[in-house]
Design a protein around this ligand. Structure first.
Ligand code: BG6
Length: 467
């Protein structure tokens, strides 16, 4: 039996643009996600309707209660609250989240709110090219303050930006695919820096506005194996972790870029514009926890500076390679999901140990799960044993990390119900609750608990694993 502490938080996660639908209803403005995250699904489909949580939230929260969740991690859509990002507040947006929060509390579920999950208001993209302009920092700060003031009487737990460290590398999420390649790294560095400032303001404002609040960042965790024991390969693996996640954690926790990162920015002559007072702000803003999103591990080898990459010096995506540093390789020792994620529960134990022992902050897992196609069987059920196996092994890894001394306070797998995958629509599902629709057919949107729903219900009831 692997039993967790009495107050361990068992939850589940989602994000606004992936679950809500109602993308152009009730005064909501468009977000960048309304454009780019859907184009990978079929064009004719009503993908923007997502899981239609906006119209089903009472029924969905009832199911969350039946599942036994004590916390629900979801995001607020910035452009539902402020349709053009920095102008008038939309009362219908405030009202919607008030109802969701109240409904959660009535059902005994603690709301855990992310302010920004990949869905920058599109008006800010048009006006400022989004995060490129420092004005976006002020717009975010105001939006965050509006949320803290509107919901802070009931919401004490906040995440500022979801996976800034991953989002910054996805050109379409940053509107970077329109920028000439030669300018991209400079603009990317400036955008990233502006988001760190936005995070710092939000952390300080949250503490100032909401008594007893807890606020922190959510990072996409990177854990990399060297492809061999050659010292240069080992160094490359370390740098892969550093460039993809650890530099961001250092900024969040200490308010400074680490030396290797500054050196890289200086070498490329792309240091961001800093202003007087920035350093004090960044150093002052202290998160209360680190939220960890973990799906898989990576493997890399050393990438010599004189070796040509077929795609140029930097591939502009999540698993980018960096000449002179690292190049991603397949790890032959792990199995992959049908979408290529290398499944590795022990990697989770290692990541939790590394982050906790380096930053000494409580950790909470806000994403972890298996994305795959699910099938409605003839008996009207979804027999997702593969998901149960994945989650069981990762929960066991959490337990082991806690035995190692890690202060892990909760586990919120991705996702509470089927939702729009960020690249593969409804073909790739993660949920405990099946949503009866496909990319090109809305069907009846019926909610059907999967086998994993009943399995997780038991994990929560038993406060741990029995096998
Ligand atoms: C995380 C994101 O990076 O991964 C989620 O925070 C996303 O929004 C999840 O859905 C899984 O990725 P994908 O591409 O399979 O949806």
């Amino acid at each position: 039996m692997k039993k967790f502490a009495k107050d361990f938080l068992w939850g589940a996660s989602s994000s606004a643009f992936q679950i809500e639908g109602a993308w152009n209803e009730a005064g909501k403005g468009e977000s960048i996600a309304d454009f780019n995250s859907f184009k990978h699904s079929t064009e004719q489909a009503d993908t923007k309707i997502a899981s239609d949580f906006y119209h089903h939230y009472r029924e969905d929260i009832k199911l969350m209660k039946e599942l036994g969740l004590n916390v629900y991690r979801f995001s607020i859509s910035w452009s539902r609250i402020i349709p053009d990002g920095d102008g008038e507040v939309n009362p219908e947006g405030i009202n919607f989240y008030n109802q969701v929060i109240d409904c959660l509390l009535e059902n005994g579920i603690t709301p855990f709110v992310t302010l920004y999950h990949f869905d920058l208001p599109y008006a800010l993209v048009l006006k400022y090219n989004g995060w490129q302009d420092r004005a976006c920092v002020a717009a975010f700060r105001r939006y965050a303050q509006i949320c803290f003031n509107a919901f802070g009487d009931r919401v004490k737990n906040w995440q500022v930006i979801n996976e800034q460290n991953l989002m910054i590398r996805v050109d379409e999420r940053m509107n970077m695919d329109h920028v000439p390649v030669k300018d991209r790294e400079r603009i990317r560095a400036q955008m990233d820096y502006h988001m760190f400032l936005a995070n710092a303001y939000a952390v300080n404002d949250c503490h100032a506005i909401i008594p007893n609040s807890q606020v922190g960042p959510a990072v996409s965790a990177t854990m990399t194996y060297p492809i061999s024991s050659k010292p240069k390969d080992v160094w490359a693996a370390k740098m892969n972790d550093n460039f993809k996640t650890n530099y961001a954690l250092e900024m969040y926790c200490f308010g400074r870029y680490p030396g290797y990162y500054l050196e890289y920015l200086s070498k490329l002559d792309i240091l961001p514009d800093f202003e007087a007072g920035d350093l004090a702000l960044l150093e002052e803003a202290k998160p209360d926890f680190i939220a960890v999103n973990y799906y898989r591990t990576l493997a890399t080898r050393y990438f010599p500076a004189d070796e040509k990459h077929p795609l140029g010096s930097r591939k502009h995506d999540v698993d980018f390679d960096l000449v002179g540093y690292f190049k991603t390789e397949q790890n032959p020792n792990l199995k992959s999901t049908e979408y290529g994620a290398q499944i590795d529960p022990l990697g989770l134990r290692m990541v939790l140990n590394e982050y906790y022992h380096q930053f000494r902050l409580p950790l909470i897992i806000t994403e972890n799960g298996l994305g795959t196609g699910d099938h409605l069987s003839a008996d009207g059920k979804i027999h997702d044993q593969y998901r149960i196996a994945y989650l069981r092994d990762h929960i066991a890894a959490c337990y082991d990390a806690i035995q190692d001394g890690v202060e892990l306070v909760g586990y919120c797998p991705w996702s509470v119900m089927d939702l729009l995958s960020s690249h593969q629509g409804f073909k790739k599902r993660y949920g405990f609750i099946y949503v009866n629709r496909t990319d090109d057919n809305l069907k009846d949107m019926q909610r059907i608990p999967k086998d994993s729903f009943y399995w997780y219900q038991n994990v929560i009831k038993n406060n741990g694993l029995t096998d």
